[in-house]
Ligand binder design. Structure first.
Ligand code: SME
Length: 158
């Protein structure tokens, strides 16, 4: 496993295309879920330097904070609450260009302006979400959705 991440420049697509094989390398041969989620969050943070990136995992019918990079965050989110809980309930990726316009948005930080949340599946069951926050408005688009969905699909729960 390479221990240093090679941080790419170029378009957002080029950055994801450089990052994905490196994430595959980080996950290869490692079965520990916490270790793998921690390295995915760290790799995404190194490449994109977002305000906050990390995971929430479903535990006892709530989302509970899991490995992340960024400022401290709320620890528990109920189904349907905030962007994370809505993504879980609706079983789809949600892109929020302006969090102030999202009813029920949970403001872990007042600096967060836009957000993308991707459901994480184990087979066909949602077991968590990947949440990314930006301090810039309208920061995420379908390119982020496409590649972040590919990245969470690399996670093994076996
Ligand atoms: N803003 C999220 C809560 C999680 S924090 O941003 C890390 C939401 O509305 O679900």
């Amino acid at each position: 496993m390479a221990e240093d991440l090679s941080v790419a420049t170029g378009t957002k697509k080029e950055q994801y295309l450089s990052l994905i094989p490196q994430i595959q390398g980080l996950l290869e041969g490692e079965t520990d879920l916490t270790a793998n989620l921690a390295n995915i969050a760290a790799a995404l943070n190194e490449q994109f330097n977002w305000f906050w990136v990390g995971f929430y995992l479903v535990k006892n019918d709530e989302l509970v904070l899991a490995p992340f990079q960024g400022p401290v965050a709320c620890t528990r989110i109920k189904k349907g609450r905030g962007v994370c809980g809505a993504s879980w309930q609706q079983q789809k990726t949600l892109i929020v260009p302006d969090v102030e316009k999202f009813p029920g948005h949970i403001a872990c930080s007042s600096l967060s302006r836009s957000e993308i949340v991707i459901p994480v599946y184990d087979d066909d069951k949602i077991v968590g979400v990947l949440d990314v926050d930006s301090e810039h408005l309208n920061h995420f688009d379908d390119v982020d959705q496409q590649y972040l969905e590919k990245i969470v699909a690399l996670i093994s729960f076996q």
